[in-house]
Write a protein that binds this ligand. Structure first.
Ligand code: ADP
Length: 259
């Protein structure tokens, strides 16, 4: 029998009418660390810099992108393919929640079906003119993210962690997965890194001291960024107004992406 290889075959071709310049996968060791928030902020940041950005929401079992952008309408298709939905500022989005009639229905599909859906978001969606596509990956380093990485032509990875995780282990796993597939790790985002007191501006490391610098050095990850715990960010996600966020936290990573 044939041995499974971990080499990417990029077997899934994008739609013939798609034009996507760079594809960035956003990964995390587990759910709930702020991967979707970081994905949204990156797309908004690049959009503000004048690039056409897009989000492919591959987090099928926990799709939170449409809500953060306040998208109410459903995705439409024509005889050629499926069309992404545009946000208020013009970011193209595709997510399972834009296809389900009732977006509160849980998606209880098995791995292969989930991976197949993500592949279709790549092959059947007309991504018209995209400078930067951000893929909100399924969390973890299991079968589903692996299949997704093997079938989509991802140019680089950004890892999202939080200080309270057993960070180094999770980062090591993500680094190994990326190495196996020859995908460069472009940067690492530490979310919920600190809380800045609105009265005195002092920064408090609520979840413990940051390890991001050591980690970046240890794994030779070129840039890193820290996101504060910010009730305004949570509220913006909740209200579908993430495009209005105020902060330049991800600039180091955005600079790196521009190069
Ligand atoms: P993941 O995609 O890793 O599962 P999310 O990005 O959906 O995680 O974040 C989980 C929840 O935590 C969301 O409700 C989000 O608004 C909130 N959250 C994440 N990061 C922050 C932050 N830095 N400050 C405030 N709230 C945050």
């Amino acid at each position: 029998t044939e041995r499974k290889t971990t080499k990417p075959d990029f077997s899934v071709q994008p739609h013939e009418l798609s034009c996507i310049k760079k594809v960035i996968g956003i990964v995390s060791g587990k759910g709930g660390v702020g991967k979707s928030l970081a994905t949204s902020l990156l797309a908004v940041t690049m959009n503000r810099r004048g690039y056409n950005s897009a989000i492919l929401d591959a987090d099928i079992t926990g799709p939170s992108i449409p809500k953060a952008f306040g998208i109410k309408e459903k995705a439409m298709g024509n005889e050629l393919g499926l069309l992404p939905v545009k946000t208020k500022t013009g970011i193209d989005i595709m997510s399972i929640n834009l296809l389900l009639n009732n977006e509160t229905d849980p998606v209880v599909w098995r791995g292969p079906i989930i991976a197949g859906t993500v592949k279709q978001f790549w092959s059947d969606v007309i991504w018209n003119d995209v400078d930067y596509m951000f893929v909100d990956m399924p969390p973890g380093t299991g079968d589903v993210p692996l299949t997704v990485f093997q079938s989509l032509a991802v140019d680089g990875i950004i890892i999202v962690t939080s200080p309270q995780e057993l960070v180094s282990m999770i980062v090591s796993k993500a680094v190994k997965m990326a190495e196996m597939m020859n995908i460069p790790i472009l940067g690492i985002v530490e979310n919920m890194s600190y809380f800045k007191c609105p009265d005195c501006d002092k920064e408090y490391p609520i979840f413990g001291e940051s390890h991001i610098e050591e980690l970046a050095k240890e794994h030779k990850i070129p840039v890193f960024a820290k996101l504060p715990i910010d009730p305004k960010l949570a509220a913006a996600c909740d209200k579908g107004m993430i495009e209005l966020f105020d902060g330049n936290w991800l600039d180091p990573i955005a600079d790196k992406l521009e190069k």
